[in-house]
Design a protein around this ligand. Structure first.
Ligand code: NAD
Length: 499
């Protein structure tokens, strides 16, 4: 059934009822059950309802998918295809994602609890844009000729690595999958993707659309399943050449161990964050800064790796700024994700909501609660949490130091630029930061000294297919997006010719 963009919550709910959900693994060009026959519940966190039961893949399925990926790679049907062919196929895939926007947005919203207005406006169009960007780059990648002595020619070429394993989280399920798959496929690799167990639905539909677009059998395989089974098996597999991961720092560390215990596969990690947002008194639009500070922590229920969860604000404007911010938090419309008016939906599941609520409860003992702080039950679901703001936060408080991955903001005042930089860098993470100032010199000075992968000046969380995304410190290494993403998925081959 073709899904159309609906005007109301009820129309979206009706469309949801008529969806044909893909719930089996996609291996070697077709949907298959897990070899064990096991399945797991795929739950809508906003209602608690079981959407479908999804194949629970494990090590046996990983073996089959990796073998299919290897066969396709060695056959050269994709890996040695003319770049213009891979480009045409991936452009078709981008077009198919756009054609199926309402369906994919609905799947993402049902699976994750995030608002339909966001999946329609951002997640799914973003996925199409990322695929298109990498497709368009394919036939513009030149290799190198090294400077050598006369009578020698040294060619330095990028080659695809072979079989790429991708293990991704649930906060932007399709986008995170595409951030790995698009560049990996563009340069000719085969991919085995494991979506998060909380959010497998768009990845499965994506595999089907890729196949329809012309990605040959075996080149893109999707295995839904759990981390400690399917994810670990991919990490430990002796025939996976590269493992690209997005998720928590804790699990990222495991992938380095898996690599050391197996074939020393390359591992690339995009992990957690606790990103600072520095607001200086010389910012010339504090209303805008407050609006964006709220967006930076409350967008996507705060389930954003680069969420600006630490607000560092110059003391002279702190009270006025927090008042503006609290007003913005009051404008958040927490509710049914299928309602087009909703701006904040459910967290990914009740377990995660328990975790976020635990941080908030602990925070009430170490800081002053300015706004929110409550868990909200809607129908059978207890996965909703109010936008929450704390001030007067103790420097060693868990809410200030640990990634909460929910709509919880800590505000810390500072007196000098030096202190702001020190506070910002006082974290095990280094993913992103924002700086608000009208002083150009200060913007550059501060941006230079922040130990993070992306600094957004006078905005929050700027991102584009054309700019690298990733972190320093325990936020990981390697970069997604931009031409630099190809560094993850290619190896350099030098060929010397003597003449
Ligand atoms: P997670 O680390 O629990 O899970 C991520 C993926 O790893 C899932 O597919 C999961 O099944 C798998 N996994 C879990 N345990 C595993 C194990 N023992 N062995 C192998 N695989 C395993 O993370 P999450 O809760 O899904 O996502 C939230 C985290 O992701 C946050 O820390 C967030 O900051 C991070 N994240 C980072 C970025 C980035 O680009 N830096 C982007 C989005 C999310």
């Amino acid at each position: 059934m073709t899904v159309k963009i609906a005007e109301s919550r009820d129309d979206w709910a009706a469309a949801a009822g008529a969806l044909d959900l893909r719930n089996r693994a996609f291996v070697d060009g077709g949907f298959v059950d897990a070899i064990s026959g096991e399945t797991f519940d795929c739950v809508n966190p906003a209602t608690g309802a079981v959407l479908t039961r999804v194949a629970a893949c494990d090590a046996a399925d990983v073996d089959v998918a990796v073998a299919a990926a290897r066969r396709a790679f060695e056959a050269g049907v994709w890996s040695r295809a003319h770049p213009s062919k891979r480009k045409a196929v991936l452009l078709k895939l981008a077009a198919l994602i756009r054609e199926n926007l309402p369906e994919l947005a609905l799947l993402e919203t049902l699976d994750t609890g995030k608002p339909i207005r966001d999946t329609l406006a951002t997640d799914i169009p973003g996925a199409a844009a990322y695929v298109q960007w990498f497709a368009e780059a394919i036939d513009k990648l030149y290799d190198e000729v090294a400077p050598t002595a006369p009578g020698n020619l040294a060619l330095v070429r990028r080659e695809p690595l072979g079989v790429v394993g991708a293990v991704v989280p649930w906060n932007f399920p399709l986008d995170m999958a595409v951030w790995k798959c698009a560049p990996a496929l563009a340069v000719g690799n085969s991919v085995v993707l494991k979506p998060a167990e909380q959010s497998p639905l768009t990845a499965l539909r994506f595999a089907e659309l890729a196949h329809l677009a012309g990605v040959p059998a075996g080149v893109l395989n999707v295995l839904p399943g759990f981390g400690p089974t399917a994810g670990k098996a991919l990490g430990l597999h002796m025939d996976v050449d590269c493992l690209a991961f997005t998720g928590s720092t804790e699990v990222g560390k495991l992938f380095q161990i898996y690599s050391g215990q197996s074939n020393l596969k390359q591992v690339w990690l995009e992990c957690g964050g606790k990103s600072p947002n520095l607001v200086f008194a010389d910012c010339d639009d504090l209303d805008r800064a407050a609006e964006m500070a709220a967006l930076g922590i409350f967008y996507n229920q705060g389930e954003v790796c680069s969420a600006t969860s630490r607000l560092l604000v110059e003391r002279s404007i702190a009270d006025a700024f927090v008042a503006k911010l609290a007003a913005r938090a009051g404008e958040v419309r927490l509710g049914d994700p299928l309602d087009p008016e909703t701006t904040m939906g459910a967290l990914i599941d009740e377990r995660h909501a328990d975790r976020v609520a635990g941080y908030i409860d602990a925070g009430k003992g170490t800081a002053r609660l300015v706004r929110g702080g409550n868990r909200v039950t809607r129908g059978a679901s207890g996965a909703f949490v109010e936008p929450t703001i704390f001030t007067d936060v103790a420097r060693d408080a868990a809410i200030l130091r640990e990634e909460i991955f929910g709509p919880v903001l800590c505000v810390v005042p500072f007196d000098t630029e030096e202190e702001a930089i020190a506070l910002a860098n006082d974290s095990i993470y280094g993913l992103a930061a924002s700086v608000w100032t009208a002083n150009l010199s200060r913007a550059h000075r501060v941006a230079e000294r922040l130990k993070v992968g992306t600094v957004s000046v006078n905005t929050v969380d700027a991102v584009s297919p054309a700019t690298p995304f990733g972190g320093f410190k325990q936020s990981g290494f390697g970069r997604d997006l931009s031409l630099h993403a190809f560094d993850k998925f290619t190896g350099l081959k030098t060929t010397w010719i003597k003449y």
